[in-house]
Structure formats: structure tokens, C-alpha cells
Design a protein around this ligand. Structure first.
Ligand code: NDP
Length: 329
């Protein structure tokens, strides 16, 4: 069994030296436990926060111990009455080839309904974040103009498509390369721009001449500032993530125009996907339907090998991914 441990805590951008590949024995299950051979694991931006030793909404990773996070795999040994060997399960012990865990901490899924990887992307936490953030937190209504940042990423690419499927009038996305911008147009975004091409506010104004009603923020910083400038009266922003500052060593200066929220009566609302399980059944039924019809696409960028998990994680922070970044373990 090979697993990735946290060797040291980064200051600023993480490097390969913050991670260590460690070989251990394949674990054996205790009473009520299962052993899972992981097939895919997720690397997520929020994991950067867990590398710091600070109190947050999830505990920090421990030094000299394996990292963890969402993973899916096949049960290869079981001492639990309700989960048989051969079952595909979703669980929270990624960053290792074999995971031993209590059966109660695993959720069986049907790999015949969707490919295993989809339970970590479109049908998993990623998809629910997009769905709940857009429809519940920002309460998007048909006809509205929606702007989403990191739009070619896992959450953002679903936000834009779900907005169109739910009747948005205009959907605008920003992303970090011409190829990503092209992909957004192919996914049905009405307008898309590369945020390197000029000040975000100018590009956003040009892409949304009638203003923005809903902003789905994955980036923070200059993107949030631009959205506040361009948002219409009573606009709502779902504050999902602020990836532009996850590796910052100084607090960001923007948004400098926060006073605009008063006159425009804007709502900026932070949220965590874990609080939105109430929409899970609507989410699964909508997304399964759109996938069946072929009206919702999802991209995955797959990196092979547990030894490459750290570089896949660094890649998601840098923007190497189109859609969901996953490691095939
Ligand atoms: P993505 O697949 O979107 O990957 C992150 C993307 O961010 C990269 O591909 C990169 O794309 C972009 N990016 C990186 N740095 C910058 C920057 N300085 N400015 C603009 N864009 C940047 O990741 P996820 O879909 O998993 O997550 C998206 C966001 O949602 C993150 O902020 C994450 O923390 C948050 N999140 C929040 C949840 C919640 O419960 N609140 C749950 C899940 C995710 P590019 O090439 O375009 O720069």
C-alpha cells in the first residue's frame, strides 16, 4: 500500500517537498470494518486550507500522517455484515491505495448507473455545490444574467450549464486560457473571457452589458470586485470559494468597492455544500435526467498514479484542469 503523507506545512504555494510517498502494509479490517482498494480520489482546492495548522470548518491535516479526502473504490475485504466484497463505495480516505474504515463511514454506489469517477464529480459534492449554490443560495430565477468565475473548472462548468438548463437569460464565464474560453462557448455559455486579457471589470462589462443578477464566486479578489461593480440592483452572489487567495501570504486588497452593496442592495452569501443536503434528492433527479438526455456535459482531467497525487493537487491550484481534477489510483 502506498499513501501520501503531509511532510511539512507550506507557506505560500505548496511544493512537492510538502508531501511524502510512504509504503505500508495493506491494512486488514477489524470488526465492522472494510478495506477498500481506491480507484479514484479527488484533489480539491479546499485541501490547501487544511495544509495550514489553523482552526477552520474542517480539521487541518496532521503532519507525518496520510492526507484524506473523497475517494471511491471497491471493497476487497469486509468484516461488516452489510457491505460485501466487490461493492463500490464512496468514502473519505483518499490519498492512499488501500483504505481501512468503519463500514458506517462508506456509502455504496451503483457503478452501473454512472462511471465511478462521476460520483466524485458531476454526481458528487462538486455537482451539489454548483446546484445548491446557484439555485438555493443565490436563488437564480429564469431570465436572469449569471456570471461564474473559474468557469471551466469542476464546479464552475456545472454552474453555467445548470443556469442555462434552469432558464437563465444570459450566462457569462471567466477562465484562465483561450482553450478554456473556447470550451465554455461549446458548453453553451453565452459569453466567456480569459481573465488574463485585461481588467476583469472591463471584460465582464463587455460580456454582460445589461449587468449581472447572480454571481457565483469561486475566485474572490479582482473577480468579486468586478462582479460587485457590474451587479444589478438586488443582485445576489453565492460566495463559494476564493481560490485567488488560497496561497497568498498577505490578505487580499480587493474588493475595494464593497460600499456599493448598500446602494445596490446586494446580497453576498457564503455557503458550504455540507449544509445543503435538503436539495440532494432534487439534485440527483435533475442531474441524472440531464445526463440521460445528454444536455449536461462534465469534463474530467485524470492523472494516473497515487505518486502523482501531489502534482495533481498543485495542478488544480494552478489551473491545469478542465473540469474535475481526479487521480486514478
Ligand atoms: P476547479 O476545478 O474550479 O479548479 C480550480 C480552478 O481555479 C483552476 O482550474 C483555475 O482555473 C482557477 N484558478 C486558480 N487560481 C486562480 C486565480 N488566481 N484567479 C482565477 N482563477 C483561478 O475547483 P473546484 O471546482 O473543485 O472548486 C472551485 C471553487 O469552489 C474553489 O474556490 C473551491 O474552494 C470552492 N468550493 C467550495 C465548496 C463549498 O462548499 N463552499 C465546495 C467545493 C468547492 P483557471 O485556469 O481558469 O485559472
Amino acid at each position: 500500500n502506498r499513501e501520501i503523507h503531509l511532510a511539512s506545512r507550506p507557506i505560500g504555494w505548496p511544493t512537492d517537498d510538502n508531501f511524502r510517498l510512504v509504503e505500508t502494509e495493506v491494512p486488514t479490517p477489524g470488526p465492522g470494518q472494510i478495506v477498500v482498494r481506491n480507484q479514484y480520489m479527488s484533489v480539491d482546492p479546499y485541501m490547501r486550507g487544511r495544509m495550514n495548522d489553523v482552526k477552520s470548518y474542517v480539521a487541518p491535516f496532521a503532519l507525518d500522517a496520510p492526507l484524506d479526502g473523497a475517494a471511491i473504490g471497491e471493497v476487497v475485504a469486509s468484516e461488516a455484515a452489510n457491505i460485501a466484497v466487490g461493492t463500490t463505495v464512496l468514502h473519505g480516505l483518499g490519498w492512499r491505495e488501500y483504505a481501512v474504515l468503519d463500514a458506517t463511514a462508506a456509502r455504496p454506489v451503483d457503478p452501473n448507473v454512472a462511471p465511478a469517477s462521476a460520483y466524485l464529480s458531476v454526481l458528487g459534492m462538486t455537482g451539489l455545490t454548483a446546484y445548491a449554490g446557484l439555485l438555493e443560495v443565490a436563488a437564480m430565477k429564469p431570465g436572469e444574467t449569471v456570471f461564474v468565475s473559474a468557469a471551466a473548472g469542476a464546479v464552475g462548468s456545472l454552474v453555467g450549464q445548470i443556469a442555462k438548463l434552469k432558464g437563465a437569460g444570459r450566462v457569462v464565464g471567466s477562465a484562465g486560457s483561450p482553450a478554456k474560453v473556447e470550451r465554455l462557448r461549446a458548453l453553451g455559455f453565452d459569453a466567456a473571457f480569459d481573465y488574463h486579457d485585461g481588467p476583469v471589470r472591463d471584460s465582464l462589462r463587455a460580456a454582460a452589458p445589461d449587468g449581472v443578477d447572480v454571481y457565483f464566486d469561486n475566485v474572490g479578489g479582482d473577480h468579486l470586485e468586478a462582479a460587485i461593480s457590474v451587479m444589478n440592483l438586488h443582485g445576489r452572489a453565492a460566495i463559494c470559494g476564493m481560490i485567488a487567495q488560497y496561497n497568498a501570504t498577505e490578505p487580499p486588497a480587493a474588493p475595494r468597492n464593497l460600499a456599493l452593496v448598500i446602494g445596490k442592495r446586494l446580497t453576498l452569501r457564503g455557503f458550504l455544500v455540507n449544509d445543503h443536503n435538503d436539495v440532494r434528492s432534487a439534485f440527483v433527479s435533475d442531474v441524472a435526467g440531464w445526463l440521460r438526455e445528454g444536455t449536461l456535459s462534465y469534463d474530467e482531467t485524470i492523472v494516473d498514479g497515487i505518486e502523482n497525487a501531489p502534482s495533481a493537487f498543485l495542478g488544480v491550484l494552478r489551473g491545469d484542469n478542465l473540469g474535475k481534477m481526479l487521480v486514478r489510483v
